[in-house]
Design a protein around this ligand. Structure first.
Ligand code: IMP
Ligand code: MG
Length: 178
């Protein structure tokens, strides 16, 4: 399938399923090496990271836990300041090595907000693993520790990422046709 139409937009094949899987395996090898003996807790951010998290965990061989959270975003008093709150974390992360599992780091605003929220709970260290990274879009002073694939600044869908809720089920990644 070289092209897909999602709602009102056309997308073309950008990263095939095989490439995605190989990149995730590579990332897992780094994680296994770096976090050996640390018994990390992976915290996957729903909805976007569900496929990445599942495939990543199949290749993580060190003792670890995984849990899933959701972010509630709402506009703060100041309309440009979006407030992001983490929902659903039942486990204690105090003194733990945590790995935030994200689908994509774009501007970095979401990751920055997540780090602030998790820091309040006193983890030993916070690592960031992301399937995709758009370095040119980054406006925050953060750097993901583990990146499966770096991409240019195009809008993409598939493998968990959506356009208006649709397209998450695609096993390849597609980019918008301009
Ligand atoms: P950030 O806060 O700008 O780093 O981006 C956060 C969120 O925006 C991601 O977790 C995605 O849900 C969404 N996002 C960013 N870029 C894309 C894209 O190209 N396609 C689909 N969703 C995206
Ligand atoms: Mg997301």
């Amino acid at each position: 399938m070289k092209e897909v139409r999602i709602l009102d937009k056309d997308f073309e094949l950008f990263i095939d399923a095989d490439t995605i899987q190989k990149s995730i395996k590579r990332l897992a090898i780094d994680v296994n090496k770096d976090l050996e003996g640390k018994d990390p807790i992976f915290i996957a951010i729903l909805n976007g990271s569900f496929m990445f998290a599942a495939d990543l965990m199949k290749h993580v061989t060190i003792p670890c836990e995984i849990t899933f959270v959701r972010i509630a975003s709402y506009k703060g008093m100041n309309s440009t300041n979006e407030v992001r709150e983490v929902l659903g974390l039942k486990e204690s992360i105090k003194d733990r090595t945590i790995v935030i599992v994200e689908d994509i780091v774009d501007t970095g605003n979401t990751i920055e907000a997540l780090i602030k929220q998790f820091e309040m709970q006193g983890p030993k260290e916070i690592k960031i693993a992301t399937l995709l990274f758009k370095p040119k879009a980054l406006v925050r002073d953060i750097k993901p520790d583990y990146v499966a694939i770096e991409i240019p600044n195009d809008f993409i869908v598939g493998f968990g990422l959506d356009y208006d809720g649709f397209g998450r089920n695609l096993q390849d990644i597609y980019k918008i046709k301009l």
